[in-house]
Ligand binder design. Structure first.
Ligand code: PEP
Ligand code: MN
Length: 363
């Protein structure tokens, strides 16, 4: 696959390479004022704004559509390059017609090879940079497939955007970073620039700085962070947008390791592995939390029905089935038996506590 260097289409000397702008273009004033303030407070490389917004549930703000493309022309008049999301052939034709500088394919589109192909077909013979977000779930093949479809149309100015992955259940992130996935992408396509999107990973302002720093430490080539003149009033993704001024401050506090942009191979393998362990441990703790909640419900149920807390057969069954599974998974049987013992002790302690609390409450 032929991939042009990022410096062919973005000013990479501005570090970190920053893409910003509102989640969605809402009004002409909001777009132009955000762009003006971004110019004032940051060294922006590319102005983003969603013109068509893919929303999970209906009856939410779905973007202003074609009119917004006119506002992007006015942003260009301020001396900024622009980018917007395209999700089908029609969006792509309109974005090209209105001279948007760079296109991006969103996470909900990357999952669908039909839609990606439709966009790729419109791009045949067109020299426009395209950034491809990872699919919503952690499927590297699907991400690679979308990149290949666009590349097969002759597009050489390509980049990937890492925006995290949806996982079922509660996590501290809106979309888990799973850093090992973009790192694996890099091993497949070492020349492909990867931009991190801390806004969609974090889902909330407080986490954006730490995610952005981690992305830079891992050698990612740039950041896409959403900004809005009045973040709390944003019609989409309000909690993960910053004012241009706050964004400027955040960026100035990031530590930039020299060389990461010039050398895409500079990923610290140990750091990547440690990140993977951090995420796995977080999963384990979240699962333990769910286990505790079920145990509490069980304690209550036993209390209400006069059932004893400890039942020998149940404990033996737990030990037997978990040891069998451990063996099947190639885990140390001894280690898992020890772990079961610990979990069981804690389960008894919690159920005792539930019973006593309820007794006291009943007094
Ligand atoms: C966006 O960038 O506003 C967006 C909709 O992102 P994603 O496709 O990553 O959800
Ligand atoms: Mn958004």
């Amino acid at each position: 696959m032929e991939i042009a260097p990022l410096s062919d289409w973005l000013p990479v000397q501005r570090q970190p390479l920053l893409i910003s702008g509102p989640c969605g273009a809402e009004t002409r004033d909001q777009v132009l004022e955000t762009a003006r303030l971004l110019k004032q407070h940051t060294s922006l490389c590319l102005f983003r704004a969603g013109i068509w917004k893919p929303r999970t549930r209906p009856n939410a703000f779905e973007g202003v559509g074609e009119t917004g493309l006119e506002w992007l022309k006015e942003v260009q008049a301020l001396g900024l390059k622009t980018t917007t999301e395209v999700a089908n052939a029609q969006h792509t034709e309109l974005a090209l017609k209105h001279g948007v500088d760079v296109l991006w394919i969103g996470a909900r589109t990357t999952v669908n090879p039909f839609s990606v192909q439709e966009i790729a077909d419109v791009l045949k013979g067109v020299d426009i940079p395209v950034m491809i977000k990872n699919p919503i779930h952690a499927d590297l093949q699907l991400w690679l497939g979308a990149i290949e479809r666009v590349a097969n149309s002759g597009v050489k100015k390509l980049a990937a955007i890492h925006r995290g992955f949806h996982v079922y259940g509660k996590t501290k992130y809106r979309n888990k970073p799973m850093w090992q996935v973009p790192i694996e992408l890099r091993t497949h396509l070492p020349q492909l620039p990867i931009i991190c999107d801390p806004s969609h990973i974090s889902g909330k302002r407080e986490l954006i700085a730490s995610v952005a720093q981690k992305a830079l430490d891992l050698g990612m080539d740039g950041l896409m962070i959403e900004s809005h003149i009045h973040p709390d009033k944003a019609l989409s993704d309000a909690q993960q947008q910053l004012t241009p001024e706050a964004l400027g401050q955040l960026i100035s506090q990031l530590v930039i390791r020299s060389g990461s942009v010039q050398n895409p191979f500079l990923i610290d393998k140990l750091m990547a592995l440690r990140n993977a362990i951090d995420e796995i441990d977080e999963d384990i703790l979240n699962t333990l939390k769910r286990r505790v909640q079920v145990i509490e419900d069980m304690g209550l149920y036993k209390k209400e029905h006069g059932i004893q807390i400890f039942q020998l057969e149940r404990w033996q069954e737990i030990l037997r089935t978990r040891s069998q599974l451990a063996e099947k998974l190639g885990l140390s049987r001894q280690h898992i038996e020890k772990l079961c013992q610990l979990l069981h002790e804690e389960s008894i302690r919690i159920q005792n506590e539930v019973m006593n609390t309820k007794l006291e409450e009943g007094k």
